[in-house]
Design a binder for this molecule. Structure first.
Ligand code: FCB
Length: 440
């Protein structure tokens, strides 16, 4: 059973999350090309080479989507602002793009929903990608300009603003593992991206503070690193944890990078990176936690640094093949509070599960998703009881959407989307959540 609203503190915020490229329909409204369009157009990168050109057509259907959020008794909506929609070439403002987010924010307020915006959720304008993207320091400077432009237009009505979503995905997953745009597998580009994305956050914070923008944060993803059975696997898991779970939060809160990671990336870091760390560690008003799963890590001496490989785990999995592991959420919430973020408010900014949902007689039964939500909200409640200043929880995602390299195949939504007709059908989990969150 999903815990009910009264089992959480009075001011606890329940929301649903989305991201621009995954739902809007990038073909609309004068948005410019992004590195996700070209990544998807290159054979072998994305299932069926699908892209975000039409996605959920949220660009036109946002009023219906906001109505659905409000009808689920949610308090807040987490969305992102597409850089290439606001600035199609990365620098020149597209008024139509800003108008869209202006309407969206007003639409939230009209329905009593708190707008939680994230500036960058991955669709880098192609013109900036052409100049080296996140491997180029200049992208961080351009990001600060973009932050200022968005805040100038909608900042007065936002409940909260995050600079970046999941810098690990922006840098490591995209430049070392090659799974996301720009699809590189290059340690030098990785080191640079790992630093420049942090710098973008710091410079963005500076620009936003200078404009008087309040309630600023950043969103990082965390994945529990479990050691495999081998003798060297504990050390491998510790290193994986440093790369994935420590690099960014330590940079943002303490202005340091883990030594164990610098052992591998150090020779490839941009010159003078040490001069940026004070900018990167700008004080945060809140910190966002995206959590989905754990991984099992093994040492593989046949691979170059970091000599790690993931192996299959025994727990029940979702349709991504990710293990379901609610204890990991409790682990990270308590650990972040204890080791990194102290009294800074935390939000679970994403948590959710994809299933092969089937529409039967106009309805979708998804009991495993209900259980997933119940178990993760349970883990969140335990963390709160232990003193963690957790202030909210956002389910990923409101809608089935463009799941990046998996195209439209993975359905995370509380609401089913038919990608031919764009028809929305709330799933059973949506109705269960709405009942749990009904105000007395
Ligand atoms: C997160 C992303 C989000 C979505 C979910 C499943 O890493 O922030 O866009 O892809 O995973």
């Amino acid at each position: 059973m999903i815990p009910v609203r009264s089992q959480f503190p009075d001011d606890f915020v329940f929301g649903a999350a989305t991201a621009a490229y995954q739902i809007e329909g990038h073909a609309n409204g004068g948005a410019g090309p992004t590195h996700w369009d070209s990544f998807a157009a290159t054979p072998g990168n994305v299932v069926r080479a699908e892209d975000g050109a039409h996605a959920c057509d949220h660009y036109h259907r946002w009023p219906e989507d906001l109505d659905l959020i409000a009808a689920a008794n949610l308090d807040a909506y987490r969305f992102s602002t597409s850089w290439a929609r606001v600035m199609p070439d990365g620098v020149t403002v597209n008024p139509e793009g800003l108008d869209f987010y202006d309407r969206l924010v007003d639409g939230c307020l009209a329905r009593g929903l708190a707008p939680f915006a994230t500036l960058y959720h991955w669709e880098l304008p192609s013109t900036l990608a052409d100049k080296g993207g996140w491997a180029n320091r200049d992208t961080a400077l351009r990001f600060a300009d973009f932050a200022g432009v968005v805040a100038d237009r909608i900042g007065d009505r936002l409940a909260s603003l995050a600079t970046l979503n999941e810098p690990w995905c922006v840098s490591w997953l995209s430049h070392f593992e090659g799974h996301h745009a720009p699809g590189l597998r290059d340690i030098r580009a990785t080191a640079r991206a790992m630093h420049h994305v942090c710098l973008a956050h710091g410079l963005g914070m500076q620009a936003l503070r200078a404009q008087g923008q309040g309630n600023l944060g950043v969103v990082c993803n965390f994945e529990f690193a479990e050691a495999g059975p081998g003798k060297a696997d504990a050390a491998a898991a510790t290193l994986r944890d440093a790369i994935y779970n420590r690099w960014f939060v330590e940079a943002f809160t303490a202005g340091t990078y883990p030594d164990a990671v610098l052992e591998g990336l150090g020779p490839h870091m941009p010159q003078g990176w040490q001069d940026d760390v004070a900018t990167i560690a700008a004080p945060l008003d809140w910190f966002g936690v995206n959590y989905y799963t754990r991984c099992i890590v093994t040492h593989d001496a046949t691979l170059p640094w970091p000599h790690i490989r993931m192996i299959d785990g025994p727990l029940p999995k979702n349709s991504m093949g990710w293990e379901v592991y609610p204890d990991g959420l409790h682990h990270f919430l308590t650990r972040l509070h204890r080791d990194h973020t102290g009294d800074t408010p935390l939000y679970v900014t994403e948590n959710g599960m994809p299933l092969d949902d089937v529409l039967t007689g106009g309805a979708i039964a998804d009991p495993r998703r209900e259980d997933f939500i119940a178990d993760h909200l349970g883990a969140a409640r335990r963390a709160i009881a232990e003193g963690v200043p957790l202030k909210g929880f956002f389910y990923w995602s409101l809608l089935d959407n463009y799941e990046w390299a998996f195209g439209y195949e993975k359905r995370f939504g509380l609401i089913h989307v038919d990608f031919d007709t764009f028809t929305r059908t709330p799933k059973a989990s949506y109705h269960a959540l709405a009942r749990a969150l009904a105000k007395a």
